[in-house]
Structure formats: structure tokens, C-alpha cells
Design a binder for this molecule. Structure first.
Ligand code: ACO
Length: 337
């Protein structure tokens, strides 16, 4: 049974009232990839669980995916975009350096009363953003937030590098988070972490202020995602397990109380290995990486939306979101839906 955390009583709770997701129509299968780089469906499937991914056309971009996911979440929450106070977008592939993707989404939705900004935490972007929006709602500063995870990693993928090209896909997921006066639902706990010393394991170095546009790059590969997959594999498993343990301990919960672990979809083997260590049976972990690949900040809200649509989780169920990604960053949220 859930027992409220001591000292955590704030005036309000933040509850999820609507979810949505959107991915580009175009797909790239493992067989398609095997024509671009030296790889095979067998290698990719056995090492990662990925079979296909959705990829933007040149005309599609992060704000478009984010806006479409947001529209679905808003419709399901039954609110008007003008009722939104805040828009947060977790992304590392923003629409532009500035303005923020959040501003593009705000304009497209006609959310004229909302302010907003982007949060850069790679694959942990949604988990970080949800925890951020929660603070504004629980303290009573705002009533409604739109929290989006959206990434188009295909735009910064080197399609000649088999180590990274097989992993990523594009997409967006969104939730509407609203103020709630009851105590039976809401975000119950967050744990977040970062380790900047390991930034070289996973990054995209151009074109920030260190390697600006206009200055020649030391290597053309700096324009693309660089990933030391083997180095971070074990760390990903460890941080997922540690984060979930922290959540269970802080909320006085047992693995049995969890209806679903909605993990960032980085590699099916990582998720399964973490679930095994957490003693979570197959029916309590959600895996959809086979269709989408790793969609970075979008993967958790896309997975949540699919879980809800499939009736795997619903109001009153306890779910844990957990993520790990570039930064390095990691984090988890505990939510009573
Ligand atoms: N096809 C065929 N062979 C390949 C491919 C490929 N696409 N890629 C690598 N290989 C080869 C390698 O060259 C190597 O060959 P060798 O033994 O002759 O040297 C062999 O396969 C094994 O390579 P590894 O890199 O050790 O493969 P591994 O089993 O570690 O799988 C993977 C690689 C899938 C990237 C895995 O390490 C992984 O998932 N890591 C974690 C990713 C992660 O945590 N992501 C989360 C954050 S992502 C973000 O924030 C954006």
C-alpha cells in the first residue's frame, strides 16, 4: 500500500489528465538499414530488439511532431489550449537554436496564455520535464501544464555509422498535467541524477558555442551523435535499477504494487535485464522499441500513451517512468494515474 511521503504534503497534486503521441509516417526497417550500412536484421534484433523506426521527411521537424502529440493529449484531457499555463518540451533536437520548440508549439496550438521553454536532458528529457512542471502545479503557481518529449534524432544521425544508425527513431509524446485537490492520485515522487564527467560517452558536439557554425570542425563526425554503446550499457542497467529502488523505498512500495514500469526504450536487452534485477515480471514492463527504436525524450510518453490505449494501465494504477541518457542523465517519476 502507498503511504504518503513524510513532509511532502503540498496544497495540490499534479495529475495526468490526457496523453497523446505522434510519429512520422515514413519507416525505416532493419532490412532498409542493411542496404545503407554493414549490418543485418538478425544483429540488430538480437542486440537491441529494434525491428523498425519512424523517420521524418525533410519537411517534418520536432515542433510538428510535438504539436501533433500535444493536440491528442489536449483533446483527451478535454481542455481548451487557451487554458494551458505552461508548455515544457524535453528535446535535444529543438526546432532551432532559438526560439524554443515550446514557443513554436504554443503558437501552433493557439495556447495564448501559456509560457514555456525547452529542457535539454537527452533521453531523460521527459522525466526531467514532468518533475519540473509538477513543482509549479503543486505549489499552486499554475493550474495546467503541457509536458512534451519530442526528438528527431534522425536529423543528427550519421547514416554511414552502423554503431549509431541502427538505434534511433523520431517521435513525440505529450501529457496534460493538471492541478488536483484530492490525495489519491498524482505524481508521488521523483528522483533525478546527472554525471557530466561522462559526457564523451554520448553526445553531439556541433554546433553549440564550443564548436560554432562557421568554424571548421576537427572531424565531420562531430555533427552527428557519437555513442560508446558498450561503455554505457552496464551503467544504463545499473542506473535504471538504482532509480527504481529509490522510488520504491521513498514511497514505501514493493515491486508488486507497481502496475507498469514504463522505461525509456533504449534497448530491449537493457530493459529486460533491469526488470529481472527488480523482480518485475514481463507483464509489468512495457516494450515497444521494436516499432520505434530509441526516440529519446519521446519514448516514455509514447509508451505511456500506448499502454493507456491498450488498457494495460488506467486511473488509479501505479506506474513508474524511468530514463537514462546523454549527459549522462537519469531519473524516474512515480505516478498514481
Ligand atoms: N551491425 C553489425 N555489427 C555491428 C553493428 C551493427 N549495427 N554495430 C557494431 N557491430 C559489431 C562491432 O563492430 C563489434 O564487432 P567486433 O566484436 O568484431 O569488434 C560487435 O558488433 C559488438 O559491438 P558492441 O558495440 O560491443 O555491441 P553491443 O552488444 O554492445 O551492442 C549497442 C551495441 C546496441 C549500442 C549496445 O551497446 C547498447 O544498447 N548500449 C546502450 C545504449 C544506451 O544506453 N542508450 C541510452 C541512451 S541513448 C541517448 O541518450 C540518445
Amino acid at each position: 500500500m502507498y503511504k504518503p511521503i513524510e513532509g511532502k504534503e503540498l496544497p495540490y497534486r499534479a495529475i495526468i489528465t490526457g496523453t497523446g503521441s505522434y510519429v512520422p509516417q515514413k519507416t525505416l526497417t532493419n532490412e532498409d538499414l542493411a542496404e545503407l550500412v554493414d549490418t543485418s536484421d538478425e544483429w540488430i534484433t538480437s542486440r537491441t530488439g529494434i525491428k523498425s523506426r519512424h523517420i521524418c521527411t525533410d519537411e517534418e521537424s520536432t515542433a510538428l511532431l510535438a504539436t501533433n502529440a500535444a493536440r491528442q493529449a489536449i483533446e483527451r484531457a478535454g481542455i481548451d489550449p487557451k487554458e494551458l499555463d505552461l508548455i515544457l518540451v524535453g528535446t535535444v533536437t529543438p526546432e532551432m537554436i532559438f526560439p524554443s520548440t515550446a514557443c513554436f508549439v504554443q503558437h501552433e496550438l493557439g495556447a495564448t496564455h501559456a509560457w514555456g521553454y525547452d529542457i535539454s536532458a537527452a533521453c531523460s528529457g521527459f522525466v526531467y520535464s514532468l518533475a519540473t512542471a509538477q513543482q509549479f502545479i503543486e505549489t499552486g503557481l499554475i493550474k495546467r501544464a503541457l509536458v512534451i518529449g519530442a526528438d528527431t534524432l534522425s536529423k543528427i544521425t550519421d547514416w554511414t555509422d552502423r554503431a549509431s544508425a541502427i538505434l534511433f527513431g523520431d517521435g513525440a509524446g505529450a501529457v496534460v498535467l493538471e492541478q488536483y485537490e484530492g490525495k489519491d492520485r498524482g505524481i508521488l515522487y521523483n528522483t533525478m541524477g546527472a554525471d557530466g564527467s561522462a559526457w564523451q560517452s554520448l553526445n553531439c558536439q556541433a554546433y553549440g558555442s564550443r564548436h560554432p557554425v562557421g568554424r571548421e570542425l576537427e572531424s565531420p563526425s562531430m555533427k552527428y551523435i557519437s555513442i560508446q554503446g558498450r561503455d554505457i550499457y552496464q551503467q544504463a542497467v545499473r542506473m535504471i535499477v538504482e532509480s527504481v529502488h529509490k522510488c520504491l523505498d521513498a514511497c514505501h512500495l514493493k515491486a508488486d504494487d507497481v502496475k507498469m514500469l514504463v522505461s525509456h526504450q533504449m534497448n530491449a536487452r537493457i530493459i529486460e535485464s533491469a526488470a529481472k534485477r527488480l523482480h518485475l515480471p514481463d507483464e509489468k514492463i512495457f516494450v515497444n522499441i521494436q516499432e520505434y527504436g530509441n526516440t529519446s525524450a519521446a519514448s516514455i510518453p509514447i509508451a505511456l500513451n500506448e499502454c493507456i490505449e491498450a488498457g494495460k494501465v488506467g486511473q488509479g494504477d501505479l506506474v513508474i517512468f524511468v530514463a537514462f541518457g546523454g549527459g549522462l542523465t537519469w531519473g524516474a517519476n512515480v505516478i498514481r494515474l
